[in-house]
Design a protein around this ligand. Sequence first.
Ligand SMILES: [Zn+2]
Length: 297
Amino acid sequence: MHFPAIGDFYKRLLFLLPFATEMPPEDRRFSYEAPMQWQYLYPQCGGVDQSPVPLNAQKVIPIGLPPLHFGLYDEPFDELLNVRNNGHTVEFSVPTTVYGERPYITGGLLEDFYEAMAVHFHWGSAQQKGSEHLLNGRRYDLEMHIVHRNTKYQSDEEARNQTDGLAVLAVLFKVVRTNYIYYQPGFTEILGSLLHVGEFNSSYTPAAFLTLGSLLGGLDRGNFYAYKGSLTTPPCSPAVLWHVFAEVLPISHLELPKFWQLRNRYGRPLLNNFRPLQSLERRQVFLRRPLEEYLWS
Ligand SMILES: [Zn+2]
């Protein structure tokens, strides 16, 4: 049947309404098969300052940035993690540390204190590398996001509506063909959890008290790209001060495929959960190089 009078807008509306009405706020349904359609339900996905973007050492602003400061990152959590498959990724909420506060960061592009709220991952498939950000034209195999909220805002919703509401630390991983990689205990526990959270909505609690810093391994925390961007999943709020580390960490070719075993809410393989690159437009990208430590100390 054909309706010549019906506008494109209404066609989209009819397509989206069944989802829109049944969807509680924390159960955001979206598909990586059609990321261009996110904007019809989440207008900010078609708006300004979107992420991810390509990062290129040749195209950065040579202005010094202060180092990031990591508060309580190496203090143990006061409870065990709960690692969960939410249908789009594997994630866990960041507990408070034994000092009663969550780990936090400041420095870099951050003028305030940002406390760590949650950690999740983006990956590809056997055929496709799956980092979200590109470094010097290369896509890597895995990307970890540690999402932080500005402590001057009381809720995630409030923070998402501010341009300085959130800060995300991104770590990229490159697959290496060796069995002998020393992972920090935190990352080992996350990898071990993957086999237990294959099905949608399943979760697993590793039996170890970890620190947030133990996810970063021996990463050079002083060398990072920084820019103003957005959440890379709906609602794509342009509220994120991104800090993407320049060093790429190794992950064994025996461990990476564990991410590809996960399944989404429809029981299908949860693969390629990375958003396509977005236009940088006129945004500036900063790169903090190790040399600058001399200038700032
Ligand atoms: Zn992410």
